[in-house]
Design a protein around this ligand. Structure first.
Ligand SMILES: C[S@@+](CC[C@H](N)C(=O)[O-])C[C@H]1O[C@@H](n2cnc3c(N)ncnc32)[C@H](O)[C@@H]1O
Ligand SMILES: [Mg+2]
Length: 273
């Protein structure tokens, strides 16, 4: 009897160790574990959602009107308390470098989630620049708006005297599906071409939406596409397209999946016209 129980415990321990090891080394397992399993359990136990938990943490710990403080609070929460699908601090540095070298006036982001990458981009844009971010989930969009407010990103609408120090570009969050909204951007927002597009929504949409941006005439020679998570979870059809099309010059930047030691990277592709 004792031997049977000990054997069962040993088998159970082995299974747990195997799962922990896979979660730490394998991207698909890590995403399944953090993005489905743990998130659902925490939602159930707390009666809240992950974006709400991020918002509450930021409201408790980040300085109001200070976008850097908000970004660093989100990083701190997501690396120490609960993983979330923001681009994260490591790939975020690559995103920052691309924004700084591109010096864009018109930026499009596909996939806002809680607005972490939106805030990273916004804080580096020159006055007068426009950042359009598209999100199809209304709950995520609402949380993002509240985080922007906390970070002072909506400060532009207020009087200059009362404006807290922070980004001076305007963020425009559009609620809806990218495939529906992209064709409406020119007329609806009076935008001709984008200088920079940060692609970070569902991976199956990377390629169709890139083709849609081309068809709608929203790219010009020199427009930069930066695509996140091209290794984990991966966007193989998109990579195949931008790496082999004569219309793009493409470069891979290796990094790690947000807040985890799992291989990932971003692809920077310059549209050649
Ligand atoms: C990885 S998260 C974005 C993370 C965010 N860019 C960041 O780094 O902070 C992807 C988001 O894209 C949204 N999304 C996925 N497909 C979409 C689509 N076709 N149109 C609009 N939003 C989409 C999802 O709801 C999700 O919030
Ligand atoms: Mg991402």
């Amino acid at each position: 009897m004792v031997t049977t129980v000990l054997t069962l415990l040993a088998v159970l321990a082995c299974i747990v160790l195997m799962v922990v090891w896979r979660v730490h080394t394998n991207g698909e397992w890590a995403l399944w574990w953090h993005d489905n399993y743990l998130e659902r359990i925490r939602d159930f136990l707390s009666g809240t959602t992950r974006p709400m938990r991020i918002l509450h943490y930021v409201q408790r710990s980040a300085k109001c009107g200070d976008v850097l403080s908000v970004i660093s609070a989100i990083d701190s929460f997501c690396s120490k308390v609960e993983w979330a699908m923001n681009v994260g601090d490591k790939k975020g540095e690559i995103l920052d470098a691309v924004v700084l070298e591109t010096r864009p006036r018109y930026v499009l982001e596909l996939g806002t989630y809680c607005g972490y990458s939106t805030m990273r981009i916004a804080r580096l844009l020159p006055p007068g620049a426009r950042l359009i971010t598209i999100e199809m989930n209304s709950h995520y969009a609402q949380v993002a708006k509240e985080l922007f407010q906390h970070a002072g990103l909506d400060a532009q609408d207020k009087s200059a005297e009362k404006r807290p120090a922070g980004p001076t570009c305007k963020v425009e969050l559009l609620l809806g599906s990218s495939s529906v909204l992209i064709p409406q951007l020119k007329k609806k927002l009076d935008i001709d071409k984008f200088d920079l597009v940060f692609i970070d929504h569902w991976k199956v949409s990377y390629l169709p939406d890139t083709r849609l941006l081309e068809e709608c005439g929203l790219l010009k020679s020199g427009s930069v596409l930066l695509a996140d998570n091209v290794t984990c979870p991966g966007a193989p059809d998109y990579l195949e397209y931008v790496r082999n099309s004569p219309r793009y010059r493409s470069q891979y930047f290796p990094s790690q999946l947000e807040y985890l030691q799992v291989e990932d990277g971003v692809e920077k592709s310059v549209f050649l016209g």
